[in-house]
Design a binder for this molecule. Structure first.
Ligand SMILES: Cc1ncc(COP(=O)(O)O)c(C=O)c1O
Length: 287
């Protein structure tokens, strides 16, 4: 792959300082400041809203392309999703692509958990089966934080519609939002090696299997969670009641309401703790 050329040639893939700053700044960098609405998932990583607010925009939560397009300037998709691990099907992705093209609205997919499919194989919005050969109006965001456990490197990637990529790249140069050369070299090395990604995925798979079995044995239900780094857990009660129950066992989870009102009856349990800590949680849940 080709990373940003320091002499100024326009790259087809822009390295970013992790993907979070890109998520937070994309509406601003696309020049969308002012009045308008950004569509985000019903239950969503909070930074999509942060980025909209920063640009003076409002958000509307929806998981399906809306009939009412008035004022919509950007769409965020997130598949596999944080916090619930939901994966959009090809048909769902195609529906968003068609909707964005019909209304001239850019559709951006945050795919930072793309390599962590358990029950299904996540597909990029840029895949020919979804987008055809034309990426107009589409962007994909990726990160090495999850697939390479490299969050400390701050290594993300933006690709897709050449015109949008160029615009973002030009603004980023003037903001000084450049990825240091050693980190770009580390990114290139990590992206050229699938073995460590496979090894880490199997580590997560083991934790996921053990924790999911224990959560179910303790009487809770797991929804979605077919990919990604989290279990989306519910006992069909307010999420804070579930948080209390887990806290009583010495287990920390995230309240689903943090990700939007529709998450109010779930909690997010992460697979990012060490094997030893996950096994301790398993023992407490079944003990
Ligand atoms: C959906 C989603 N997007 C983006 C990020 C940002 O990750 P990073 O900045 O480490 O690439 C996260 C981190 O948790 C996330 O869950």
């Amino acid at each position: 792959m080709r990373l940003a050329d320091p002499l100024g040639a326009v790259p087809s893939v822009v390295p970013t300082v992790g993907s979070k700053e890109l998520v937070a700044l994309l509406p601003t960098m696309l020049g969308l400041r002012g009045a308008g609405t950004v569509l985000i998932p019903e239950v969503a990583y909070p930074t999509y809203e942060v980025g909209a607010v920063l640009a003076g925009l409002t958000v509307r939560r929806t998981d399906t392309p809306p009939a009412d397009v008035a004022g919509v300037v950007l769409v965020w998709l997130n598949s596999p999703g944080n916090p619930h691990g939901r994966v959009l099907t090809d048909d769902e992705l195609r529906a968003w692509v068609a909707w964005g093209r019909a209304h001239g609205v850019p559709v951006v997919a945050d795919e930072c958990y793309a390599t962590l499919g358990w029950d299904v194989e996540p597909r990029s919005i840029l895949h020919p089966e979804v987008a055809g050969e034309d990426h107009t109006g589409l962007l994909a965001v990726h990160s090495l934080s999850k697939q390479s456990t490299a969050a400390g490197y701050r290594a993300g990637l933006l690709s897709g519609d050449p015109a949008l990529v160029r615009q973002v790249w030009e603004v980023r140069r003037h903001l000084g939002l450049l990825v240091p050369t050693p980190v770009q070299s580390a990114m290139a090395a990590a992206l050229a090696d699938d073995a460590h990604v496979d090894e880490q995925r199997e580590r997560y798979r083991g934790r996921r299997d053990r924790l999911a079995t224990a959560v179910r044995a303790a009487g809770a239900r797991i929804d979605h969670s077919e990919a990604g780094l989290y279990l989306w857990v519910t006992r069909d009660e307010d999420c804070w009641t579930t948080i209390d129950w887990l806290a009583g066992l010495g287990i920390v989870a995230a309240p689903g309401s943090f990700y939007g009102p529709a998450g109010g009856r779930h909690v997010r349990m992460a697979l990012t703790a060490t094997d030893e800590r996950v096994d301790a949680a398993v023992e407490r849940l079944v003990g």
